[in-house]
Design a protein around this ligand. Structure first.
Ligand code: NAD
Length: 480
């Protein structure tokens, strides 16, 4: 792909335009550390313009049937599928993602294809139970939906929000992350080609403040879907409450535990748990960043784990198909992780990895025997860093695994079916993997977090519910 052709303007009402303020921000390649684009930065005025376009587009879009709306979604799925190489390239040069690990476009196309048909499944109920009445409940779109997405899985996060929102008849104003605006703008360019009428999907680039904050507190936005850190989620929820009490749906951070019992297939547990922490250079919400291993097999597991985890070659250009471990997304994230490594060395024992001292690369890093109340056990580091501790009994494992404010994904490795059932019930997480861990996922099950890891659920059978309101209609049919 030609870097000169990278789109950098805002996408409002099916047109690309400069930001109202004329301000732009730099996107830097985290591998070369060279600037690659100057992207237009949205402010409150741009958010107002995008919301006005979405509001104007809403009645006609709502009144189209699922078949017509679905045709646009199907076309967008095809266009994204055809653009896989360009999207992988853009994500790689802007976020450092190895092209070999670029799964987002394929997953996004699948998501769009599902929601292209699923609009028909939005259904209410009917009742004759009130004498003299035929009563109904119906599901209706909110109107303008705001979407705010992170940088680690930009195209997938974009589609997981926008596809169900527009399939349900809403119109959308989406803000991408300031660290990864390029693929969202690329997808914006496909939106008019897919046949979406002007204003149905608007795409803004910019920072949390002012653009994200303006979306969170906008009086015309009735529903907001956010994916990002729990810290930002709290600010967004407060802004929503202070403005118009818009409905918020959130997919937030994690500190996910994997519990490995002595009867588990240790080889399989080691292969899976190390990949969970290593993928996306540890920049995944669902990474099992705390591992609890039963004391009797700790030594064996640690040897298997470290051998695989530390084998990752660090320092390769993520554009090379042979590269499997990219740099951290930018200098801020790199410094943040380095800071946690320093904190961790005071709190526990670093037994493998550390700062690669080569650009923004961090080596897959292991801490052992860290006190449970240490910061690196409690806070999301968002890097290839794992803390491995031991336990003696099942009760102790459950207590340690649940001793966190997060609750996104937990996993348990054991061959004992009764124990697997007990653990699945006891672990406080929105998703529990038994003999598997993240990124294992199923499209039709619910995805979302307990505690501070989220509000609401995504998934083929769950997402539409986030974007509709329920209304009761009471029909008096005469005396009876
Ligand atoms: P972040 O919270 O820093 O930013 C996310 C988005 O919020 C960005 O677009 C940012 O510009 C915007 N934002 C920042 N401040 C804002 C404000 N005051 N008002 C409105 N918007 C604001 O998160 P990030 O660093 O982009 O992403 C990493 C985080 O996302 C991690 O915590 C990770 O666990 C989480 N995440 C969760 C999931 C999930 O499905 N649960 C998926 C991916 C990432």
């Amino acid at each position: 792909m030609d870097n000169q052709k990278i789109e950098t303007r805002l996408f409002i009402n099916n047109e690309f335009r400069p930001s109202a303020s004329g301000k732009q921000f730099k996107v830097v390649n985290p591998f070369t550390r060279e600037p690659i684009a100057e992207v237009h930065e949205a402010n409150e005025q741009d958010v107002d313009d995008a919301v006005a376009a979405a509001k104007a587009a809403f009645p006609a879009w709502r009144d189209l049937g699922p078949k017509e709306r679905g045709a646009c979604l199907h076309k967008l799925a095809d266009l994204i599928q055809e653009s896989m190489n360009d999207l992988a390239y853009l994500e790689s040069i802007s976020t450092g993602r190895p092209v070999s690990q670029y799964f987002d476009a394929a997953a996004a196309a699948d998501n769009l294809s599902y929601f292209a048909e699923a609009g028909w499944t939005i259904q209410g109920t009917s009742s004759l139970h009130t004498p003299g009445h035929l009563n109904l409940t119906v599901k209706q779109p909110y109107g303008v939906v705001g979407c705010i997405i992170p940088w680690n899985i930009p195209v997938l996060a974009f589609v997981m929000k926008v596809a169900p929102a527009v399939a349900a008849g809403n119109t959308v104003v989406l803000k991408s992350s300031e660290k990864a605006p390029l693929t969202s703008l690329y997808v914006a360019n496909l939106i008019a080609k897919a046949g979406f009428p002007p204003g149905v999907i608007n795409v803004l680039s910019g920072y949390g403040v002012p653009a994200g904050a303006a979306i969170a507190s906008h009086m015309e936005i009735r529903c907001l879907s956010f994916t990002g850190s729990s810290f930002t989620g709290q600010k967004i929820q407060a802004a929503a409450a202070k403005s118009n009490m818009k409905v918020v749906h959130m997919e937030l951070g994690g500190k996910s535990p994997a519990v490995v019992f002595e009867d588990a297939d240790l080889e399989s547990a080691a292969v899976q748990t190390q990949f969970s922490v290593r993928m996306l250079s540890g920049q995944a919400c669902i990474a099992n960043t705390r591992i609890y291993i039963q004391e009797s097999v700790a030594e064996k597991f640690l040897a298997l784990f470290k051998e695989k985890f530390t084998a990752a070659r660090v320092g390769d250009n993520p554009l090379e198909p042979s590269s499997h471990h990219g740099p951290q997304v930018d200098e801020i994230q790199y410094n943040r992780i380095k800071n946690y490594l320093e904190i961790g060395e005071k709190e526990g024992k670093l037994t493998a990895g550390g700062d690669a001292k080569d650009g923004f690369f961090i080596k897959p890093t292991v801490f052992e025997n860290t006190p449970e109340d240490a910061r690196i056990m409690k806070e999301e580091i968002f890097g290839p860093v794992v803390a491995i501790n031991t336990f003696k009994s099942e009760e102790e494992a459950v207590e340690k695994a649940n001793d966190t404010n997060f609750g996104l994904y937990a996993s348990v490795f054991t061959k004992d079916v009764d124990r697997a059932v007990r653990m699945s019930k006891a672990l406080e997480a929105g998703v529990v993997g038994v003999n598997c861990t993240s990124p294992s996922m199923a499209n039709d099950t619910a995805f979302g977090g307990f505690k501070m890891s989220g509000l609401g659920r995504d998934g083929y059978l769950h997402s539409l519910e986030n974007y509709v309101e329920t209304k009761s209609i009471l029909f008096k049919t005469g005396s009876s």
